[in-house]
Design a protein around this ligand. Structure first.
Ligand SMILES: C[S@@+](CC[C@H](N)C(=O)[O-])C[C@H]1O[C@@H](n2cnc3c(N)ncnc32)[C@H](O)[C@@H]1O
Length: 216
């Protein structure tokens, strides 16, 4: 794994969420429920861009985001999606879901559990997603939860779709993080690991996964 700096500033301007309000909302969620957040800061812009490399730029794709938090990655997805796309975000924390809906009025926000992804999408007449972008804290999940959510992801991804998620570099010392990497290889035929983003807090990398085996 190589490393590269993160020198891309967060997008700012009319219509975009105030980064300070987003950081406050994020911190308040961390204090309220640290065991569900798994992070102390929203993802950096470089991390968001790496996570969104799988987002289709043309056609009418369905993009599903899991654990969007305060929307650091959401805004980058929105910026590259065509107008004909659907962008659906599934967030467990009610306050974060409300914050996200207020800052991204066009986004389809579902306050719900990623472990019920298939049913949540079916309620909205969505069978397949062309891209699933995850901000979930996988290394906080036990084996059962990791497998439940991952099997739902594998079920909803279109045959030529893709899945991305991030992991903290220091986290690979944890057995849950190594278990998760193993699960990705069990679930997908292709798993590509990115360079480490040093200026993410803490430094992290992405997994880009394609071709679910559908045997999990
Ligand atoms: C590390 S934060 C990531 C936030 C954002 N994607 C980012 O990169 O800055 C993890 C998010 O996942 C959400 N989350 C945790 N478990 C979840 C679940 N089972 N279903 C949906 N969201 C979940 C948390 O509430 C939190 O907003």
């Amino acid at each position: 794994m190589t490393s590269e700096p993160d020198d891309i500033p967060h997008p700012q301007g009319p219509g975009l969420p105030d980064p300070r309000a987003a950081r406050r909302a994020f911190l308040s969620a961390v204090l309220r429920n640290p065991g569900q957040m798994g992070a102390i800061m929203p993802s950096s812009q470089r991390m968001a861009r790496l996570l969104t490399t799988i987002v289709p730029r043309t056609g009418a794709p369905v993009v599903v985001e899991l654990g969007p938090g305060t929307g650091a990655v959401t805004s980058v997805i929105d910026a590259c999606l065509p107008e004909t796309a659907r962008h659906i975000a599934v967030e467990l924390d009610p306050a974060m879901a409300a914050f996200l809906q207020s800052t991204h009025p066009g986004l389809e926000v579902i306050e719900g559990d990623a472990a019920k992804l298939e049913a949540l999408l079916a309620e909205r007449d969505v069978e397949h997603a062309d891209a699933v972008v995850s901000g979930l804290p996988w290394s906080l999940f036990d084996d059962h939860t990791q497998r439940s959510i991952m099997s739902q992801v594998a079920e909803v991804i279109a045959p030529d779709g893709a899945f991305t998620t991030f992991a903290y570099s220091h986290g690979l010392l944890l057995s849950a993080a190594r278990r998760f990497r193993h699960l990705l290889h069990e679930t997908f035929e292709e798993v590509v690991v990115s360079a480490t983003v040093l200026r993410n807090v803490p430094p992290a990398f992405t997994y880009v996964c394609r071709r679910p085996r559908l045997t999990v």
